[in-house]
Structure formats: structure tokens, C-alpha cells
Write a protein that binds this ligand. Structure first.
Ligand code: FES
Ligand code: FES
Length: 246
């Protein structure tokens, strides 16, 4: 009799302890969740306040090419570059020459060092830094610009070769504060992660869509096959290009 009652009491105590354990575990879980949410909130606030920009607005600016360099040259009817450097007596002259070309429809007359690439001319001399300098070895396509409508890699071309060329960069797509439909579509479809590859993809897409306004998926993938994205956004990039204007 005494044994049965003891057994019953122990059973009840066991159930009470189990219940208490579950309550404590639940409370601990809640505390952890609350702490995690509070940490995430702090991180988001820090992300905004340290730069004054959210990640999304920064990357959207990259896609749009609306960066400092573009703002500095927007509205100018001509672009400027350096004149030939002076040649001190007895010193081997720097090899280079003056070239005349057009960038985004604006004439540019500039002296260029024979060793400069077109990418260096665009970014460092003219200040159009929307064309990224990524691999610098002709591997990634991030520096794609259009030469008479044809996509080419600016890091693979010597600036001195470009006399008489007509070049379009990402900054030339928007009209004032109105983005090009391709840029709009990239933003609408969130076709980027870090955004480094986006200007190159957009310029390749423009070359394709200028020739064919409704390409097939295979044609889109072929047109951007020289553009690499280490963040793996290929599917959304393809969708963004196919959805331009929709
Ligand atoms: S920076 Fe020109 S191809 Fe990568
Ligand atoms: S979005 Fe990061 S490399 Fe393409």
C-alpha cells in the first residue's frame, strides 16, 4: 500500500518537473529569439547610420550608374582630359598622343599615355566610375562598354587605339533622372546581390535589345555569356532582361 502511494507521488512529481523544464526551455527560447531580433535590428540600424545609405539604395545607385563621377560629368556638352606632359630636357619623353573620341555622345579631346587602357581613360581621366574595374584581365565582363553599339571590354583595349571611336558607358543610359528601361527592370527584378557585375550585364543587354527587342531566353543567355557574376544572379538577370518594358 505504502509502496503504491510512494510510486504515485513520484509519478506526479516527475510530471511536474517535466512541465517546469518545458516552461523554462520555452522561456529560454523566447529570450534567445528576442535577443536575436534585437541584434538584427541593431545591425540594420548600424548599416544605415554608418554610411547614411542602406545597402539597397547603394546598390540601386550602382545599377543606375548614378555615382559621383557621373554626376560630375552629367550636363556637360564636352568632356575634358589632360594635355601632353612637358618634356624636360634630357629626359625620355612619355610615350603617348592626343586622341579625339566620343563618350556618351560627348566629344573628348585628350592626351593619353600609350600604356593606359580605355578603362583607365574612362574612370581616371574622365571620372565616369560607373564602369567597374573588377578582374582587369578580360575575364569577368564587368567593364563592358559599347563601341559603336558593340559590347567590348574596356580593360582589354589601349586608350591610344580609340581615336575616332564612339563609346557608350552605363552613365550614358539614363536621361536626366529617368533611368533606362533596362536599369528599371534590373531594379524591379532585384537582379543583383553586391552589384559589381550589374553595369556590365546591363551594357551587354543593351547591345542585344538594340538589335532584337524580344529575344528568346537562349539569346539572352548567349548575349551575357561573357559576363560573370560571383553572386550567382544569372537567373534573375535573365528574367530582368526578358522583362524589360513589361
Ligand atoms: S574588369 Fe574587364 S573583364 Fe573584368
Ligand atoms: S551581384 Fe555580385 S558579382 Fe554579380
Amino acid at each position: 500500500m505504502w509502496g503504491l502511494s510512494m510510486q504515485k507521488n513520484l509519478g506526479i512529481m516527475g510530471r511536474v518537473i517535466s512541465c517546469l523544464t518545458l516552461v523554462l526551455l520555452a522561456l529560454d527560447g523566447n529570450n534567445r529569439r528576442n535577443k536575436k531580433m534585437s541584434d538584427e535590428k541593431k545591425e540594420k540600424t548600424a548599416e544605415k547610420t554608418t554610411t547614411g545609405l542602406s545597402r539597397r539604395s547603394f546598390i540601386t545607385g550602382t545599377v543606375a550608374g548614378l555615382v559621383v563621377g557621373a554626376a560630375a560629368t552629367y550636363g556637360a556638352t564636352t568632356l575634358t582630359g589632360p594635355t601632353a606632359p612637358a618634356k624636360p630636357a634630357g629626359v625620355e619623353p612619355v610615350s603617348g598622343k592626343t586622341i579625339n573620341l566620343k563618350i556618351n555622345g560627348k566629344p573628348l579631346s585628350t592626351w593619353v599615355n600609350a600604356r593606359w587602357t580605355l578603362l583607365e581613360l574612362i574612370r581616371d581621366t574622365v571620372g565616369l566610375v560607373g564602369t567597374p574595374e573588377a578582374c582587369y584581365y578580360g575575364e569577368c565582363g564587368a567593364c563592358t562598354v559599347l563601341v559603336s553599339g558593340k559590347p567590348m571590354l574596356a580593360c582589354e583595349i589601349f586608350a591610344i587605339e580609340t581615336n575616332g571611336w564612339d563609346i557608350a558607358t552605363i552613365e550614358g543610359l539614363a536621361k536626366g533622372d529617368k533611368l533606362h528601361p533596362i536599369q528599371e527592370s534590373f531594379i524591379k527584378n532585384t537582379a543583383f546581390q553586391c552589384g559589381v557585375c550589374a553595369p556590365g550585364f546591363i551594357m551587354s543587354a543593351k547591345a542585344l535589345l538594340d538589335k532584337k527587342s524580344s529575344p528568346t531566353e537562349d539569346e539572352v543567355r548567349e548575349a551575357v555569356s561573357g559576363n560573370l557574376c560571383r553572386c550567382g544572379t544569372y537567373n534573375v538577370v535573365t528574367r530582368a532582361i526578358m522583362n524589360v518594358g513589361k
